[in-house]
Design a binder for this molecule. Structure first.
Ligand code: RP5
Length: 164
């Protein structure tokens, strides 16, 4: 999307894209500019650190990092930026995403990563959470987030009756 991304979406591998597309869908819904990169904490560590160090100066407000397995991407990014970092644990075939979850959530004190649920729900929520962070200083975004929640609630209530 735009050349001045508000949100940087990073994933450990292109194989994470089907899940991380749920994040991108939400960023589009909230009209948030974003940039997407597949870059690995293990395979390309220097490139990850450089990207993390430069993000704030490039105008990025929130970084979302999805990774699976030994998922160190979000933590490594958080080590090298003061921007808020949201980690998305990718569901894995070997361990169902528990490996990703624990790798992302169990950060040492001093380097926080806001960790979402495993898989698609977590990827979706990462996009919404980024919108809520931006809404702290952007009234139009706050309005969009409020409308999103209202629409969601109305949809649930419209379908609340279960005829069984
Ligand atoms: C992680 O390893 C990636 O985030 C991905 O979830 C997993 C597997 O990567 P590939 O072998 O499919 O590239 O770093």
């Amino acid at each position: 999307m735009s050349n001045k991304p508000q949100v940087l979406v990073v994933m450990g591998s292109r194989s994470d894209l089907p899940c991380m597309e749920k994040t991108i869908e939400m960023l589009k819904e909230f009209k948030i500019s974003y940039e997407v990169r597949a870059i690995s904490a293990h395979r390309t560590p220097q490139a990850v650190l450089k990207m993390a160090e430069q993000a704030k100066d490039n105008g990025v407000k929130v970084i979302i990092a999805g990774a699976g397995g030994a998922a160190h991407l979000a933590g490594v990014i958080a080590s090298s930026t003061t921007l808020p970092v949201i980690g998305v644990p990718i569901q894995t075939s070997a361990l169902g995403g528990m490996d990703s979850l624990l790798s992302i959530v169990q950060m040492p004190g001093g380097i926080p990563v806001a960790t979402t649920a495993i898989g698609n729900a977590g990827a979706k929520n990462a996009g919404i959470l980024a919108a809520q962070m931006i809404a702290l200083y952007d009234d139009e975004m706050a309005q969009r987030v409020a409308e999103f929640k209202q629409t969601q609630a109305e949809s649930v209530l419209r379908n609340a009756h279960i005829d069984i």
